[in-house]
Design a protein. Structure first.
Length: 428
């Protein structure tokens, strides 16, 4: 593998601003089993003081430059992202380079972050939608790298130590593991200078091994997990199963399939769940976009009195759709919608850069996403129906519902959604 970073430049001199994204391949799916939250902890800690500046000094310097530098953690990468005025770019890049090469990993900040993260976990437990997603991710395909939470658990947070966080950062922040995206008021010469400054103090090394193709697969048969939370009036519902990766040969066909079934206001889920019955304000579906195979997921927030019937109907619609797929007319309409929407996703240099960085992190060919309209145009309705039959598996669907068990248990048990298990909302 190459020991050089992958560099993406989208120049646009219209405004005196430069955006940059540095993606460090790996991300939360590379957290060690039982130490979930490690990559998030390391990234936040790196941002809290670097070089000669502690956290307060780093924040103050950025404020004085009118700039921003933040970290983020996804399943597949840790990112360092920033925005700078063109005239201050060199100074801001020097600060970003400090974060990459010389993070302090201060003991007091480490201890403070360990105290703060459980509060974030409590906030997720208070948010029914976020809680439903957290439980669904964990239980959809046990053993899958994407099933482990990027935030961590009460148990895993206690296993994160400063030395391991430091070692993780130093192992993964090497030249060959970076995807560097630059957009805005920047030319090739300036881009070369920025890349040199970001990487000159980093180890010259190839990309380390990241999470391999998962061996986990859907358990056979349907399952229902009722996440019991008192005094609910709604049920936040997730339904789905492990499917293919974004970038699979059927990605374009599945994009049309998800648009028809749950990606537009005219979609089948919206029409049947919201328009005809008024059971949920919204209902949709999507194949999660990631480097490894990920979930095909349906979602809705139904009133607690209709949670059972809503799940039963969604599964019935899903089964019929998996078998028969969309009509010719639905495919034509969805294709037109998707092709028409694409210009809005690539309208700015920053958007084009971010899509290109994401494609690179997902190990996709350059320009994969922006060329999807060409792939969509080449598809017929029969191709989409074949993809539905191949990749939608309603018989193995997992249903997670965050609601009050005393009120919803019976109806969910009768929804033909499989064996029902009740868990307390704060168990995970």
């Amino acid at each position: 593998m190459s020991s050089s970073p992958l560099v993406i430049v989208e120049a646009s001199p219209d405004t005196p601003l430069v955006w940059f994204d540095v993606a460090i391949r790996g991300g939360a799916c590379a957290d060690p089993l039982g130490v979930e939250g490690l990559h998030r902890h390391a990234a936040i800690l790196a941002r809290r003081g670097a070089g000669r500046r502690d956290r307060a000094e780093l924040d103050e310097t950025l404020d004085g430059l009118g700039a921003a530098v933040e970290v983020g953690v996804s399943r597949d990468a840790v990112s360092l992202s920033g925005l700078s005025l063109s005239r201050h770019l060199d100074q801001v890049i020097d600060l970003a380079a400090d974060i990459l090469a010389e993070p302090r990993f201060a003991e007091d900040e480490h201890a403070r972050l360990l105290r703060e993260t459980p509060q974030v976990l409590d906030e997720i437990r208070d948010d029914d939608s976020a809680l439903a997603t957290r439980w669904f991710d964990w239980l959809c395909s046990p053993g899958h790298p994407y099933g482990r939470t990027s935030l961590g658990t009460s148990t895993s947070l206690g296993r994160i130590d400063r030395a391991t966080a430091t070692a993780t950062w130093k192992r993964e922040v090497v030249t060959g593991n970076l995807v560097i995206g630059l957009a805005g008021d920047i030319d090739d010469s300036a881009a070369q200078r920025v890349v040199a400054r970001l990487t000159e103090r980093l180890p010259t090394a190839a990309r380390p091994i990241v999470a391999a193709e998962p061996t986990a697969r859907d358990a056979k048969g349907r399952r229902v997990i009722l996440v019991d939370k008192p005094d609910r009036t709604q049920a936040q519902i997730r339904i789905g199963h492990l499917s293919v990766r974004y970038g699979h040969a059927d990605t374009a066909a599945l994009a049309i399939a998800e648009a028809v079934f749950g990606g537009m206001f005219s979609s089948r889920l919206m029409q049947e769940i919201r328009v005809k019955r008024g059971w949920s304000y919204g209902a949709g579906c999507a194949l999660r976009r990631s480097r490894l195979p990920h979930w095909f997921e349906l979602w809705m927030a139904a009133g607690i009195d209709v949670a059972g019937p809503a799940v039963a109907l969604a599964l019935e619609l899903f089964a019929e759709y998996a078998e028969n797929g969309p009509s010719d007319e639905e495919v034509d309409f969805a294709r037109s919608y998707l092709v028409g929407a694409m210009p809005f996703h690539v309208a700015t240099a920053r958007q084009r850069m971010q899509l290109a960085v994401r494609d690179a992190v997902f190990d996709l060919p350059s320009g994969f996403t922006v060329r999807l309209p060409e792939a969509l145009a080449a598809l017929g309705a029969a191709d989409v129906r074949a993809a539905c039959r191949a990749h939608l598996r309603p018989d193995n669907a997992v249903t997670v519902a965050v609601t009050t068990a005393d009120h919803a248990r019976g109806a969910l048990a009768d929804a033909s959604a499989g064996t029902l298990t009740v868990v307390d909302h704060d168990e995970y």
